[in-house]
Design a protein around this ligand. Structure first.
Ligand code: SF4
Length: 333
């Protein structure tokens, strides 16, 4: 993070003051809108925009319901927390490229408002995810947000917190006793995919080592193989990855496994291709009922079946598909 901006009102919040102790050089803006205008006027690439960050106060809600098209089958991540937008990693398929109109990192310091919202959330046994609008761990040394989340959810045993990441920055997580209702989910991909499409993220070995340490500490781990990308040697690459993961992790501490294939809106493809010379989209795609482009049905079904049959060699796990209609579930399971 090179260019840091703040709005003055962060000084009214404990989290804002703590962050200010760590960042010495910053610019002041009056609002998030002004910050975005400043970036946009610079005509930067998406990657360059990622070097900018803003610490400010959120006006809207933190707790949001996951959008799922009615014709797609239920997913576990029903709600998510949006205390942070974007991340310094640079996954080419990241839907946030299209969701926000800039790539800068934004953190909202008024987390007391977020916990107030959660206090008033009365549903039970619901999974609340972090890592839908961000990567939950990559900025944690600065924001220390996972400490706040763990302290809160340790007392909210009626809810499940999912901390989702591609980072091995687990220092904070190891400071607290593991809790049954706090799940740390890692997105795993073969290194060929990480090198080409998940730029700046931790490699497979680093993610697995982090997951292993967390399991030894007592945490349950979620495995996310999403998005599967239809690369040359797909079967071989994913088989090797599954073997590596399951030979290294404690299978009794794997809570669940989510699998999905590459999907994106047309706007995302256009934005990525305008800046990157990538073969990510070299395939035949169809448009799904949610308007997103996806691989043809056969490629998706074959990918799921291959991965699931490999996983089953290591035991029976709670496996679900991400954003797929019922007929795909029926064919796969
Ligand atoms: S880690 Fe997640 S939030 Fe960050 S660029 Fe990759 S997909 Fe996007």
């Amino acid at each position: 993070m090179k260019k840091i901006y703040i709005t003055k009102d962060i000084k009214n919040y404990e989290k804002g003051l703590k962050i200010l102790e760590k960042i010495k050089n910053y610019n002041i803006v009056s609002s998030e809108e002004e910050f975005i205008n400043i970036i946009k006027k610079k005509n930067l690439t998406y990657e360059e925009e990622k070097k900018y960050s803003l610490f400010t106060v959120k006006k809207g809600k933190f707790l949001k319901k996951y959008y799922l098209d009615k014709q797609l089958e239920g997913i576990k991540e029903e709600y998510y927390l949006s205390y942070e937008n974007n991340c310094p990693f640079n996954c080419l398929y990241c839907y946030l490229r299209d969701y926000f109109n800039h790539g800068a990192f934004v953190f909202y310091v008024n987390i007391t408002d977020m916990f107030y919202e959660l206090d008033n959330f009365k549903k039970k046994n619901i999974m609340i995810s972090c890592g839908i609008m961000n990567d939950s761990l990559v900025m944690d040394n600065l924001t220390n947000i996972t400490s706040d989340l763990i302290k809160y959810f340790s007392k909210r045993k009626d809810l499940i917190l999912e901390i989702r990441t591609k980072s091995n920055n687990i220092n904070n997580l190891l400071k607290y006793p593991a809790k049954e209702n706090i799940l740390i989910s890692f997105t795993f991909s073969p290194d060929t995919i990480i090198d080409k499409y998940e730029l700046k993220t931790n490699n497979l070995k680093e993610r697995v080592e982090a997951a292993k340490k967390l399991q030894s500490h007592g945490y349950n781990i979620g495995l996310r193989f999403d998005p599967i990308i239809n690369i040359k040697n797909r079967t071989n690459e994913y088989t090797k990855m599954i073997d590596y993961i399951f030979n290294n992790l404690n299978t009794t501490r794997i809570k669940d496994i989510g699998i999905g294939t590459l999907r994106y809106k047309k706007g995302l493809r256009q934005k990525v291709l305008a800046e990157k010379n990538t073969d990510l989209f070299y395939n035949e795609f169809i448009i799904g009922i949610d308007g997103k482009e996806r691989y043809f049905k056969k490629i998706r079904i074959d990918s799921y079946k291959e991965i699931i049959s490999q996983i089953k060699k290591y035991g029976n796990f709670d496996i679900y598909l991400g954003m797929e209609p019922k007929y795909i579930w029926d064919e796969v399971f």
